[in-house]
Design a protein around this ligand. Sequence first.
Ligand SMILES: [Zn+2]
Ligand SMILES: [Zn+2]
Length: 138
Amino acid sequence: MENARKRLESKGIRPTYQRMAVLSFLLGNRTHPSVEDIYEELLRDIPTISKTTVYNTLQMLSGNGLVSHLNIFDSQSRYDGFTEPHHHFLCESCGKLIDLMIKCPNAKIGCVMGHKINEVHGYFKGICKDCLKKERRR
Ligand SMILES: [Zn+2]
Ligand SMILES: [Zn+2]
């Protein structure tokens, strides 16, 4: 929570309990949860929280660059508290969304053909190592 408070304050955002809870959950969970996942987790601690509050908080945090917004699924947004440039791997078998730490020549934010690049997202799909192991055991 302390880490979340510092990050919010560094952007000049008032660190309300709900904002700190949302950001702190994302900082502690590298699973790239959806709004629903975060809402259900936080509901245990904060019974008064609404899904709209979680959604609006996520919009605000991503607008300030404190979390990343992932569009790998057409129908569902996912959120990431790890904001260093990195790519994502989707396991087509178990649905896990995993950070892919590869050196990417495009990850440096700059200009391409005169266009200013603000974000780079790489989405990779395949079968994760855990599912590969399970397949081999069959
Ligand atoms: Zn898998
Ligand atoms: Zn990630």
